[in-house]
Design a protein around this ligand. Structure first.
Ligand code: BG6
Ligand code: MG
Length: 219
């Protein structure tokens, strides 16, 4: 029986993955770098500095640490400007209702996000109370695909057996982190972009909750 559902934030609960993309895109356009949706997919779930490094490597650029800090700060400023206008329209359809249904069945819920802006998003949308434990980029020393984030979520829930935890993720790095933690990994998004997920959903309405709670399979 499943005892906990753990959710990523950006691209799983709220479409802030789009705003991360737009923040990097604005920086890349200003600097004349190559940057597209396919490179952006590699940045999902990855910390800000590591995302920047992936973009710099893609453009064969070697820059000083000070310059890296300036680039990362600038992207974060653009991202936070977009967050200023965030509203319920940015929520992934059915996500909040699904988390609530899980809770109504007595199942623990946690949020595990690599983002240092996660609290800001949860507060702006008044959804922090949906989660029994919240782990963000501020709590991490290792980024996804390292399992640390989901292990910390589980610690916050009282250390349940990992095979009784299901992780919902839109990032390849997040699916890898969940599997490395020994948990079930449900992809959220396009199945062809998440080949290693146990199963993939596009809409929360696809999930058979009884089935999920019985054996971790969404259908
Ligand atoms: C993850 C996003 O949730 O957080 C990544 O998928 C992002 O795209 C990462 O880079 C770090 O976010 P932040 O807000 O700390 O720059
Ligand atoms: Mg994500």
């Amino acid at each position: 029986m499943i005892k906990a559902c753990i959710f990523d934030l950006d691209g799983v609960i709220v479409f802030t993955d789009r705003y991360h993309y737009l923040g990097w895109k604005k920086l890349a356009d200003e600097e004349g770098w190559k940057f597209d949706e396919s490179l952006n997919h590699q940045l999902r779930g990855v910390s800000r500095m590591q995302s920047l490094q992936i973009i710099l490597d893609h453009n064969s650029l070697d820059v000083s640490d000070d310059q890296k800090a300036e680039f990362a700060d600038r992207k974060n400023r653009y991202y936070q400007e977009l967050l200023d206008d965030i509203s319920n329209d940015d929520l992934y359809p059915g996500a909040v209702e699904f988390v609530q249904r899980v809770r109504d069945r007595g199942i623990a819920t946690a949020l595990g996000s690599s983002s240092k802006n996660a609290d800001r998003v949860l507060t702006a949308l008044s959804i922090k109370d949906l989660f029994d434990a919240v782990v963000t980029g501020h709590d991490l020393t290792r980024t996804k695909p390292d399992p640390q984030i989901f292990q910390l979520c589980n610690e916050g829930l009282g250390n349940l057996p990992v095979t009784e935890c299901v992780v919902f993720e839109d990032a390849e790095s997040g699916i890898a982190a969940a599997l490395a933690a020994g948990m079930h990994a449900v992809g959220v998004g396009d199945a062809d972009q998440l080949p290693n997920a146990d199963q993939v959903i596009k809409e929360y309405s696809e999930i058979n909750l009884d089935q999920l709670l019985a054996n971790g399979r969404v259908r």
